[in-house]
Design a protein around this ligand. Structure first.
Ligand SMILES: [Zn+2]
Ligand SMILES: [Zn+2]
Length: 349
């Protein structure tokens, strides 16, 4: 089968030169290879992949901020496909059933976190496309209980970004505590935020969007999707925020969001890794008055199981920029440059 794999860490070349890290600079971080079709274990299903979303987390894997257990690794964790074959003890799906696969690949199922429904915090959490081969390929295997039915209203292209950008944005929205009539700030307006805003508007929140300077395209999309105010990170919004979600890969917006927060407000950070540190925070200025910072770690199955039907019900429509599997490297460069429109998705079969 065709696949795009990560063979070594490198720095993705966006045309701006090297950042001074010791990694080789590459325009094409992933290599096209031919791999054997994987064989499903007893409780797994073999999935023929139709589409796979392109996520910022791939940049973390390529640039060594997240470490796969070995190379080569097939990245990708926003996967839509059809069940091709079930393992000997897998009974949940028939051949041809459409399923989605998200970042959560498997967990132990027995630790205190798993038993309490916090399987995203399981010490044996395995991530799709990091600890196991993911969706930048024609086939993959996954434990059957970590594959989800996808509502029929979504095409394969539309459904892919729902599985990470959508599901984790939904988790972040839940953790933010944003309620009807409250002001929610969104920092960064890429794949995840453009889906989260649709859920937040449906919830009745007022939404203020902050982008990098010059991101006209992201600002236009935010307005189109109902943002009540759009500005640049660091700019003072017209009213204080009750809560904020930081979707950016950098550290500074955390400080900016804390500065824009109302007393008792909360900032939720929706990123597995930051490419640079969060700046030093003066306690009196940024944290006093019971302001909170909370990270979002992984996703639980519950997030996908709740979010997918909700997305169908409230009419969420992801904006998708499609690429062929062979062009995955172009998509990754565009993503790192902050020039992806909505969510990038690979069209595989
Ligand atoms: Zn992701
Ligand atoms: Zn566990």
């Amino acid at each position: 089968m065709k696949a795009m794999v990560l063979k070594e860490f490198c720095e993705i070349d966006t045309g701006e030169g090297a950042s001074g890290k010791s990694l080789p600079l590459r325009k094409a971080p992933l290599d096209p290879v031919d791999l054997p079709v994987p064989v499903p274990g007893p409780h797994q299903v073999l999935v023929r992949i139709s589409t796979c979303g392109v996520c910022h987390t791939e940049l973390d894997e390529i640039e060594g901020r997240l470490i796969p257990p070995f190379f080569p690794r097939v990245p990708g964790h926003e996967i839509v496909g059809r069940v091709e074959r079930a393992g000997s003890l897998a009974t949940r799906y028939e051949r041809g059933d459409r399923v989605g696969i998200a970042w959560i690949y498997s967990t132990c199922g027995t630790c205190a976190f798993c038993r309490d429904g916090n399987e995203n915090l399981c010490p044996r959490f395995q991530a799709t496309g990091l600890d196991a081969d993911g969706g930048y390929a024609e086939y993959m295997v996954v434990p059957e209980e970590f594959a989800y039915p996808i509502p029929g209203v979504f095409s394969d292209l539309e459904a892919a970004p729902l599985l990470c950008a959508g599901v984790i944005g939904y988790r972040a929205l839940r953790l933010s505590g944003a309620a009807r009539g409250q002001i929610l700030g969104l920092y960064g307006f890429g794949a995840s935020a453009h889906i989260a805003i649709q859920a937040a508007k449906h919830r009745g929140c007022k939404v203020f969007v902050f982008t990098r300077p010059g991101q006209r395209d992201h600002q236009e999309l935010a307005k189109k999707l109902g943002a009540d105010w759009v500005g640049v990170t660091g700019e003072a919004p017209p009213e204080k925020l009750r809560c904020a979600i930081d979707f950016t890969p950098v550290g500074e917006p955390v400080k900016e969001a804390l500065a824009a927060l109302e007393r008792g407000g909360r900032v939720v950070i929706n990123a597995i890794r930051k490419v640079n540190p969060i700046p030093e925070l003066d306690y009196a200025k940024y944290l006093w008055y019971e302001k909170e910072i909370k990270s979002v770690a992984n996703v639980a199955r519950r997030d996908a199981i709740e979010f997918l039907p909700l997305a169908a019900e409230i009419g969420i429509r992801p904006e998708v920029q499609a690429f062929e599997l062979e062009s995955a490297n172009d998509a990754l460069v565009l993503l790192k440059q902050g020039r992806m429109h909505g969510a990038g998705v690979l069209r595989i079969s």
